[in-house]
Design a protein. Structure first.
Length: 235
């Protein structure tokens, strides 16, 4: 365990929950920050509260390390973006070849505000669930982008900030494996039952891999990863 403090960008999805568990395992004090940016499905904000309520109760070894949760109003992002995550529209490829679930500048703003919050609270390590292995090509999820952002934040804040991305080179199968390594069957079950990743906001059916529509890109990745991980577990 490291002695430092960390701030986790926490949405209540599979990836950010795995990153939160990773941070709690590695840092002495961990706080969380969520962003209300006008996303279509309020269930995301509900899921993050459900996870934060369950995690310290089910994992007492992490309870003392989990500190305050913060929610920042970023409604302006929803106002300037025309995305399937902020507008009622079907998921499709855009003119630039990116899916219209891409919210331009989202992660850049998230980290900038997280750094401002971290500056005030003495949290110099920022943890995010970005990944460029199983992803949709979002440019603000790339390792190069986040390394450049880390340098810019450190220069602009006059403090040394570190951006940690534990999932950057993991596919979804290995993300499930990491969760199991961190918290065993109990953490996997919490992720299945409490987190939310589905782009359509669907929570009427609980699958083996969690709630979701089963057809959107986020559900497809999550389901495939869980299937492969489960097969290896049972081999």
């Amino acid at each position: 365990m490291r002695a430092g403090h960390a701030l986790v960008l926490f949405s209540g999805g599979q990836d950010s929950t795995t990153c939160l568990a990773w941070a709690l395992e590695h840092f002495a004090h961990v706080e969380t920050v969520g962003f209300d940016y006008g996303q279509r499905h309020g269930v995301e904000m509900q899921a993050r509260l459900a996870v934060l309520e369950a995690l310290p109760r089910q994992f007492p070894q992490w309870q003392a390390r989990l500190g305050a949760d913060h929610v920042l109003d970023l409604a302006v992002l929803g106002q300037v973006s025309d995305s399937a995550l902020t507008r009622d529209k079907a998921i499709a490829l855009g003119a630039a070849g990116l899916p219209n679930t891409f919210v331009p500048g989202r992660n850049l703003l998230f980290f900038q505000l997280a750094a401002a919050l971290g500056y005030r609270r003495g949290l110099r390590t920022l943890v995010g669930g970005m990944c460029e292995t199983d992803y949709s090509g979002y440019p603000d999820c790339r390792d190069d982008t986040l390394k450049a952002l880390q340098a810019a934040l450190s220069l602009g804040m006059g403090q040394s900030f570190t951006i940690e991305t534990p999932l950057m080179w993991l596919d979804k199968e290995n993300t499930w494996a990491l969760a199991h390594a961190l918290g065993g069957d109990a953490l996997v079950r919490l992720i299945v039952e409490r987190t939310h990743t589905c782009y359509e906001g669907e929570r009427s059916t609980l699958h083996a891999w969690g709630y979701g529509c089963g057809t959107c890109p986020a559900c497809a990745l999550r389901q495939l990863g869980h299937t492969r991980w489960s097969a290896n577990q049972n081999a």
